[in-house]
Write a protein that binds this ligand. Structure first.
Ligand code: HEM
Length: 112
């Protein structure tokens, strides 16, 4: 199978996510970069498309996003989430999918 270099690059999530052509200051934690700028803003760039794109993209996307939002809201209302001291620095590991190179231990501090 021959893939042109751009396609190979697009398949490596770590590389595309750290490409400053797609993400300004890619090394900085800027959650607001994912906010939509207006009603027509759907996909800023192709650095991150976890549900695919186009006619064969994930049909369960809205359900999945709704469930994720509901779960996160309930969790964050009840707990403050902190990194456990033993977690340290977590390297990225690419195995087809991008994931953590070692376990991420979290501490859930009761907000009450
Ligand atoms: C975090 C959760 C999920 C992620 C990241 C995800 C991701 C994806 C991706 C990447 C594809 C392939 C898109 C493509 O080929 O371009 C896909 C397809 C699909 N997903 Fe999901 N998915 C998720 C949850 C769900 C859920 C909850 C359902 C069902 C309720 C679902 C049903 C499907 C179906 C039926 C397809 C095939 C669509 C087609 O080929 O026309 N997915 N998903």
């Amino acid at each position: 199978l021959f893939l042109p270099p751009q396609t190979q690059l697009a398949l490596c999530h770590y590389t595309t996510s750290h490409d400053s052509d797609g993400f300004e200051k890619p090394g900085e934690f800027q959650p607001h970069r994912w906010l939509r700028k207006n009603d027509t803003d759907r996909v800023d760039n192709f650095g991150a498309i976890p549900f695919g794109y186009g006619v064969r993209s994930c049909v369960g996307r809205r359900i999945a996003e709704l469930e994720i939002h509901l779960a996160l809201v309930q969790l964050l209302q009840a707990f403050e989430v902190q990194l456990a001291p033993n977690t340290g620095t977590v390297p990225a590991k690419t195995q087809g999918l991008l994931g953590p190179g070692k376990p991420i231990d979290l501490k859930f501090v009761d907000r009450k």
